[in-house]
Design a protein around this ligand. Structure first.
Ligand code: HSE
Length: 300
């Protein structure tokens, strides 16, 4: 008897902004723009249909990231590998620092679990699996849990806590026409940083938890970073020009993940008007803080 559902399942996984300035490889924010994956078990092989963001570039075979993530999840669940039929509707921009690979990985895990009869995967196992596929835990944690997340890895296990964002904080994401792969942006980082810079980041990261949840008036200071953004500046000058201008106007603006998208945290005292700030050729997305893919409401 098959251990899989015979009908299809659909899951959605949100875009995510990682780092948020000082929280390198740890902080993440889920924002309300979703990839949707519809999946069903098929007689054999894989049949992948993709529309939307990245449709012209992603593979349609076993190397498709949603498929790889589903395969890893079936192995973790201890069930045989089935044939698969997938339909992916992508809304998360690719190679912009908005967590498109995390969304694909998380959607793959959630859909594999949903397709498997009587299967459950606790959140910790799902998060550890997602982080191992992604290589860093910040985007996948926000994608799974939603809201503002702080993720860490200890003893080979990835863990995360999700916190509610203060209602005065509204994410505004600026998406440039040009892309940059995360691996390229990571290669720009130094092996070592100074004690002074590490100390500054530790203080700002602590402050950012307070600012995002309770004291939004401190967001500008709380989003200072010395660990990754300065080293990425030369690779994306237009992103930093926008960030610098927003910050000079008092708006807490940071690179979204490894860039080149820019996240601005709009507040009533420092509201971000898209018409004033969006550079020519860029997209401006005013997005709510999002639920994660693990929330019951996110399973369609
Ligand atoms: N923390 C990762 C980095 C996020 O900055 O490289 C990638 O989106």
């Amino acid at each position: 008897m098959s251990c899989f559902r015979t009908d299809s399942v659909a899951v959605q996984a949100p875009a995510t902004c990682a780092n948020l300035g000082p929280g390198f490889d740890s902080f993440g924010l889920a924002v309300g723009r979703y990839d949707v994956v519809q999946a069903a078990v098929a007689p054999g092989g894989v049949d992948v249909e993709v529309t939307g963001e990245g449709a012209d570039a992603v593979p349609r075979d076993e190397s498709h990231l949603v498929v790889r993530s589903m395969r890893a999840t079936f192995d973790t669940l201890g069930v045989p590998q089935p044939g698969l039929r997938l339909s992916c509707v992508n809304k998360v921009p690719h190679r912009r620092g908005l967590g498109s690979s995390a969304a694909a990985i998380v959607a793959g895990i959630q859909s594999a679990v949903a397709l498997t009869l009587d299967a459950t995967l606790d959140l910790g196992t799902a998060l550890t699996l997602a982080a191992s596929l992604e290589g860093h835990p910040d985007n996948v944690a926000a994608c799974l849990l939603g809201g503002f997340t702080v993720a860490w890895t200890a003893g080979g296990q990835t863990r995360a806590v999700a916190l509610d964002v203060h209602p005065d904080v509204s994410p505004v994401v600026f998406v440039p026409p040009t892309s940059l792969a995360t691996e390229v942006a990571r290669d720009l980082l130094p092996e070592q940083v100074t004690q002074v810079d590490a100390g500054l980041n530790a203080g700002r990261a602590g402050l950012l938890v307070a600012a995002l949840t309770r004291h939004p008036q401190e967001l500008l200071a709380a989003t200072e970073d010395r660990l990754h953004q300065p080293f990425r500046r030369t690779a994306m000058p237009a992103s930093f020009a926008l960030m610098d201008a927003l910050r000079a106007a008092g708006v807490a603006a940071v690179l979204s993940g490894s860039g080149p998208a820019v996240l601005a945290l709009s507040t009533p005292t420092h509201a971000v008007e898209p018409g004033r700030w969006t550079p020519a050729g860029w997209r401006c997305l005013e997005l709510p803080v999002a639920f994660g893919a693990a929330a019951a409401a996110a399973v369609l």
